[in-house]
Design a protein around this ligand. Structure first.
Ligand code: SF4
Length: 708
């Protein structure tokens, strides 16, 4: 038994986008004692229940420890790394030669580290020659990304966590931060207690966060952009617009204001469109108008919508109009779901981004191609997640590599996704665990990836802060870092540019690319970190980007004095579209199914499910329903019900509660066919996406419920 370590390793929590610093002290028996890092600026020593329980999730039960290959009888047999990687390289090359590069795709994860993302993105977009790289961040933050780009010219969160400490008004939109970003929520509560900040929560359902709200607006599904359009009209009508900021630093204000006025000219019309009481609407408008230090923090209730980009822009419009952006205690704030959704966005791990926040403009393709010395650059956007799996179903994609995610459970129309996987010529899955719905869906080759605590690299949290994840456990079995697996396949395919010696070398190249021929036009620039030695990378302190060449540290806030990333350096007001939901209710499906998280589980529970303490918070999958709807459907509290949509059905425990709005159901997403209690909520969600962001509408699927 190795001796018990005395010095903790400073690392970062692998769960939500708060990105809390963690001190992990190995116990010498494969586990570790966990504490919050008092010196990490995201959490100053605090951890939520999930972070605190990390030490209970480090066991090897269910881990994938060796490369495996599917046999003719459907079983998996262990193979060597050389055999697995040679086969992958050879078969990918053959498929590209036969069907072209777009017959291949990678589907990645916000759980991957930035270095993993970087190498996968480079391999596909520079060397295989397709932009078919997408990620489960498409289900999480894509609408915020698209809204940021449309307004600011780049995917930039303008503020920082300290703004939540210093705001006088915090507006949470579509966010149950008390459960989903708990440590940030504690900062908000502390601000409320010590400084008297007000909290407004806008949500379709009552949650732990709404209990603390000074004003809770229980909005109708799809109502957000009407509410913020009404707010924009109110700000203009009451003289709250910062005319100088608008004139000097923005474009499109008059057009957007006209559209907002047509949609929701006053509190009464806003109330009609949102299902809210006019007095509540007026109270919110007045509070926002009279409070200069306001942060509007938004999350999946905004993003997971077929109009998520418009909703994002309706929020950004109100901050741009008042100049409340990038200032102390003021700004719009996208709460990122996953631990490294931001890092993935930074390297270009989305099908509509090339690399380092660059798009597919000819000059960017040329620039990135020259930097990578790439023989076969992708020349146009690839397929976003839902499109990608549709192309799999249609046989257009022949080979798919899925890393660190489980789309057969998490994507909309998940039954169709699982069926489509079975038709692939080659399905490669790299993961920590031996069995997922995706692996069961027809994987051919399994690659064992290192897990949290074993691997090293960086993640970026919601406030643009890059933090180190550091290894503190020996990698078990034959597990390898994801970046090294992708690089090894690149080398075996005969490509130069994949001889990285370490995660630090990958990070240095990523940082150098961000600064390459970037005279300040691109906000994402970490050129100041491109020359880090191995030891400096090892010791890297949590750092906010941008960190340009020659700068010692990053910047907490951006855009207070303009300097946006559009060609004219002006922010753009996007006019709101008329609110609508993707699917109408029908007599067969008369209720709206909303999906989301519970406090103590994460994604499909492959890590958090290992903790008995966490499991005890919510023992089984459930559906919340209002008492009136329960009576109509003849379902009873604590009984079982079959919840069905046009896509699929599953059986759930019923929780009858007046906290749930009439006409709506809520079910959590975590359970799968591999968990003790089975329920794949993704199979019930329709594949309707936002036309700009490609993000699916996961919170308003027409549904029916009946006793089981
Ligand atoms: Fe981890 Fe998020 Fe909890 Fe922090 S708030 S400990 S990052 S799950």
């Amino acid at each position: 038994t190795p001796p018990r370590a005395t010095a903790p390793t400073r690392t970062t929590c692998p769960y939500c986008g708060v990105g809390c610093g963690v001190l992990a002290t190995p116990d010498g028996a494969g586990g570790a004692e966990i504490a919050g890092d008092p010196n990490h600026p995201a959490n100053f020593g605090r951890l939520c229940s999930k972070g605190t329980a990390l030490g209970e999730t480090l066991g090897l039960d269910g881990r994938l420890l060796h490369p495996m290959r599917r046999q003719a009888d459907g079983s998996f047999a262990r193979v060597s790394w050389d055999s697995a990687l040679d086969e992958i390289a050879g078969r990918l090359a053959s498929i590209v030669a036969r069907d072209g590069p777009d017959a291949v795709a990678f589907y990645l994860s916000g759980q991957l580290l930035t270095e993993d993302y970087y190498v996968a993105n480079k391999l596909m977009k520079g060397f295989i020659g397709s932009a078919n790289v997408d990620t489960n961040s498409r289900l999480c933050m894509a609408s915020a990304v698209a809204g940021h780009k449309r307004a600011f010219g780049a995917d930039v969160v303008p503020g920082c966590y300290e703004d939540l400490d210093l705001a006088d008004l915090i507006v949470l939109v579509g966010s149950n931060a008390a459960w989903c970003h708990p440590v940030l929520y504690r900062r908000i509560m502390r601000n409320r207690e010590t400084r008297g900040a007000k909290l407004v929560v806008i949500d379709t359902r009552q949650t732990a966060s709404t209990e603390d709200a000074d004003l809770f607006l229980q909005i109708a599904p799809g109502g957000d952009q009407a509410l913020f359009s009404g707010l924009l009209a109110h700000l203009a009508a009451t003289g709250a617009v910062d005319a100088d900021f608008v004139a000097q630093h923005t474009s499109g204000f008059d057009f957007a204001l006209d559209a907002a006025r047509r949609l929701a000219p006053d509190a009464a019309s806003t109330a009609r469109l949102t299902g809210l009481a006019e007095s509540d609407v007026s109270a919110f408008f007045a509070l926002f108008a009279e409070t200069p230090r306001v942060v509007t923090a938004f999350s999946q209730g905004v993003n997971q919508s077929a109009q998520g980009t418009d909703k994002t822009n309706a929020i950004l419009n109100c901050h741009l109009a008042t100049g409340r952006i990038g200032r102390t205690g003021a700004g719009p704030f996208s709460l990122t779901g996953q631990p490294n959704a931001m890092g993935g966005r930074e390297v270009g791990g989305l099908a509509n981004t090339l690399a380092a926040h660059m798009g597919f403009e000819p000059e960017s393709i040329e620039r990135v191609g020259r930097f990578w010395r790439a023989p076969r650059m992708a020349t146009q956007e690839g397929l976003k997640a839902v499109q990608m799996f549709d192309a799999v179903a249609k046989g257009k994609i022949k080979a798919l590599w899925i890393a660190g995610t489980n789309p057969a459970a998490s994507l909309p129309d998940a039954d169709a996704v699982r069926e489509a996987l079975g038709g692939l010529e080659l399905l490669i899955v790299s993961d920590n665990v031996r069995l997922t719905d995706t692996i069961g869906g027809g994987a051919h080759i399994l690659l064992p990836a290192q897990a949290w605590g074993e691997k090293s690299g960086t993640v970026t949290n919601s406030e643009r802060r890059i933090s180190r994840q550091r290894a503190f456990l020996a990698p078990p079995g034959e597990t390898r870092p994801d970046w090294a697996i992708f690089a090894d396949v690149g080398r075996r395919m005969g490509f130069d540019g994949f001889s990285f010696s370490s995660a630090a070398a990958v990070f240095a190249e990523h940082a150098a690319l961000s600064a390459f021929e970037n005279a300040g036009a691109r906000a994402f620039d970490i050129g100041g970190l491109a020359q880090l030695s191995e030891s400096a990378y090892a010791a890297l302190e949590p750092t906010q980007w941008p960190v340009r060449h020659g700068e010692a540290k990053g910047r907490a806030r951006l855009f207070a004095e303009g300097g946006f990333c559009t060609p004219a350096r002006r922010a753009h007001f996007a006019a709101p579209a008329t609110p609508r939901l993707a699917e109408a209710l029908t007599p067969d499906f008369p209720l709206r199914l909303n999906t989301g998280r519970v406090r103590d589980q994460w994604h499909t529970m492959t890590r958090s499910g290992a903790s008995v303490r966490l499991a005890n918070h919510t023992l089984e999958p459930y559906v919340d329903i209002h008492p009136d709807d329960a009576a109509t459907a003849h379902v009873v509290d604590n009984g079982f019900a079959r919840v069905a949509t046009a896509r699929g059905a599953c059986v759930l425990r019923v929780r009858v509660t007046a906290r749930q709005a009439r006409g709506q159901l809520f079910a959590p997403i975590h359970w799968t066919d591999q968990t003790a209690a089975q329920a794949r909520i993704g199979a019930l969600v329709g594949p309707h996406v936002d036309p700009v962001s490609g993000q699916p509408e996961s919170k308003a699927t027409p549904a029916a419920i009946a006793p089981h």
